[in-house]
Ligand binder design. Structure first.
Ligand SMILES: Cc1ncc(COP(=O)(O)O)c(C=O)c1O
Length: 362
């Protein structure tokens, strides 16, 4: 099967540099919170033009620790999208708060800011937008509401390293920007990893303590924390890839535009709102013939994936929240129609032509 992402191709291109980096770390034998983690934090801070960056063990922990670091927990509510990966609900619930879902925009799959206000109560403390598939959420609409109601904004940038809105990088709009370095992400490590970028030093210090057993170092513990440090080896690998991230994103962009050119008359292709730089972590089409298209692609040995087959409010694990079918109809309809196609910087043009041809004939 032709994969969704071929990480072997990318490794072949950067192998020499990766091996030198790994060798340096193994020779130094410094594996935890060493110079690679600190350098990566500095470089990611500079890349986004923010004051603080803290490496953590995963994107899920980036979200969870950010919420806790802002004092969001017991009895608080966090307004978020009903259409995303399950980790956002886990992070909110594990922080001790309650996710309050809202519906999405049908074209970008992002949280619909016009629906936020009606869900605000005195318990609401934050809005958690996800920049879905790499397209920036409507930050202007979200920031306006957050300012009016004095709410925190925690951006989930797991799909969107390098995406921007009117020239400003996502993650730098809110109080915290949370990244995942899961291997298939557009900036991916060779294992799990995550990062939080922040504006406030106090909140960043809290995340630093929370990732390291509540300690600033040594054996003095100021709060109950976690073991959630970004690994030194992963940080070294990410430093090699970070140098190339703009080129990688640009190549995804070009490939996405070719798909759109070949497919836009027969399926709904991803939209790019004015001022948005979409980094196409996923290239997601939409069609009422979705299952037929996926079956045809499978028969021709081409992978495709449904992100996500069920919106969050209908997940078994969240049944206790009392939602039912029909609560968020735009998200529910999207779950029935979306299909993500292979996309990665090294994807050959011929593969895009082939995949598009099969979809046209489905
Ligand atoms: C939107 C979104 N948020 C958060 C996460 C969690 O990231 P991680 O797997 O690094 O914990 C993911 C992972 O796929 C994701 O897609």
């Amino acid at each position: 099967m032709k994969p969704m992402v071929d990480l072997k191709k990318q490794y072949a291109e950067i192998k020499d540099e990766i091996l030198v980096t790994l060798n340096g770390i193994l020779e130094s034998s410094q594996y935890i919170l060493g110079k690679n983690v600190h350098k990566l934090e500095d470089n990611i801070k500079d890349y986004h033009g923010v004051m603080e960056a803290v490496g953590v063990a995963s994107g899920t922990d980036a979200l969870r620790l950010s919420l806790v670091a802002m004092g969001i927990g017991g009895g608080n509510e966090v307004i978020t999208t009903s259409f995303s990966f399950f980790a956002i609900a886990e992070a909110i619930v594990h922080a001790g708060a309650k996710p309050v879902f809202i519906d999405i925009e049908p074209d970008t799959y992002n949280i619909d800011p016009t629906l936020i206000e009606e869900k605000i109560t005195e318990r609401t403390k934050a809005i958690l937008p996800v920049h879905m598939f790499g397209h920036p959420a409507d930050m202007e609409g979200i920031i306006n509401i957050a300012k009016r109601y004095n709410l925190r904004i925690v951006e989930d940038c797991a799909h969107s390293f390098g995406a921007s809105l009117n020239g400003q990088k996502v993650g730098s709009f809110g109080d915290a920007g949370c990244f995942s370095f899961y291997p298939s992400k557009n900036l991916g490590a060779y294992g799990d990893g995550g990062m939080v970028i922040l504006k406030e030093t106090q909140v960043a210090d809290n995340v630093r303590k929370l990732r390291n057993h509540g300690s600033r170092g040594g054996y003095s513990h100021e709060c109950l924390g976690h073991n959630s440090r970004l690994d030194e080896i992963q940080a070294g690998i990410l430093l090699v890839k970070l140098k190339r991230i703009n080129e990688y994103n640009e190549k995804r962009h070009e490939r996405a535009h070719l798909y759109t050119k070949l497919l836009s008359d027969i399926v709904t292709c991803p939209s790019e709102k004015e001022g948005s730089y979409h980094v196409y972590h996923q290239y997601t089409i939409r069609s009422d013939k979705r299952d037929v298209i996926q079956q045809k692609l499978r028969e021709h040995g081409i992978s495709s994936t449904v992100y996500y087959p069920s919106p969050l409010h209908l997940q078994e694990a969240l049944r206790f929240m009392g939602h039912s079918e029909g609560d968020f109809s735009v998200a529910e309809q999207a779950s029935k129609e979306v299909l993500s196609l292979p996309i990665y910087p090294e994807l050959d043009e011929e593969d895009i032509y082939l995949t598009s041809e099969i979809i046209r004939k489905a």
